[in-house]
Design a protein around this ligand. Structure first.
Ligand SMILES: [Zn+2]
Length: 269
């Protein structure tokens, strides 16, 4: 019976799992946004979704200690091959028009959402798909940064993803990034930072290096809310902080204005 209850990491309240799920995994007492996996995120945001490029699998080309075993373990646990799912989806809303968008949802549960060759390739490919079809691109970022087990190849993904997304920008195709806790390192410092609109869930950490490392470097104490969505909004790093339950309709509004101007409204009877 005890597994019906979960303790909120932020306020310590004991919350019924069913109530938590009905509230989209947001604490009803303190509004703390719990982690949800990439498949759940897709389910909550899109009314239909078709995965693409899912035949691309990671390779342990450096023969890094235990890397193959760790990939296999995460893959078996989560049912995905690497730390991002990409595809095409229709945004969820209760009106009759549906909008097709390119989608990428990072999975923090898979190797800490780190960006290696597969993550970089899939994000680049979905950006190319959006460029070819003139579709808006929506990415949900959640990552600890570059994948250290892939060495320099993982760092190259920063330039590759930015290069592909830059093609969208030059052709006035919107790229919206939703920051999910946490988004740090080489992911925060590459494609996330160049999004046309950066949305963040409340309380999400966004930054390059962690607070402790920065404090040790600059020899100063940083404020307790440093690198949170609210802190970054006040300092101009992101555009808005939106609660989880409002994100699908907010994305819908943003994308609808793009389609309005492009005169490419897809009507589903
Ligand atoms: Zn709470």
């Amino acid at each position: 019976m005890f597994d019906q209850w979960v303790k909120c990491e932020k306020c310590g309240s004991i919350v019924n799992k069913i109530d938590l799920e009905e509230n989209l995994f947001v604490c009803p007492k303190c509004n703390h946004h719990f982690y949800i996996n990439s498949k759940k995120r897709i389910e909550l945001t899109f009314c239909s979704f078709q995965e693409k490029f899912n035949s691309i699998k990671p390779v342990d080309f450096l023969n890094f200690d235990d890397y193959s075993e760790k990939l296999l373990k995460d893959s078996q646990k989560l049912g995905i091959d690497d730390a991002v799912i990409v595809g095409l989806g229709y945004l969820l809303d209760d009106v009759e028009k549906k909008y097709l968008v390119g989608v990428g949802v990072m999975e923090f549960g898979f190797r800490g959402g780190s960006m290696g060759s597969v993550v970089g390739e899939k994000i680049s490919l979905i950006a190319e798909e959006c460029y070819n079809q003139e579709l808006p691109l929506i990415l949900f970022s959640s990552s600890g940064g570059a994948r250290m087990q892939e060495g320099i190849i993982s760092l190259m993904q920063m330039a590759k993803t930015v290069g592909s997304i830059d093609k969208l920008k030059k052709n006035r195709i919107p790229f919206i990034n939703v920051v999910v806790n946490p988004t740090t390192g080489g992911v925060a410092a590459s494609f996330v930072g160049i999004a046309d609109i950066i949305i963040a869930e409340p309380g999400a950490i966004i930054g390059f290096a962690g607070q402790r490392v920065i404090e040790q470097t600059i020899k100063k104490k940083l404020p307790p809310n440093f690198q949170t969505s609210e802190f970054n909004l006040n300092n101009g790093l992101i555009d808005c902080v939106i609660e989880r339950k409002r994100i699908p309709s907010f994305l819908y509004q943003l994308v609808s204005s793009f389609y309005y101007w492009k005169n490419k409204i897809t009507v589903v009877n």
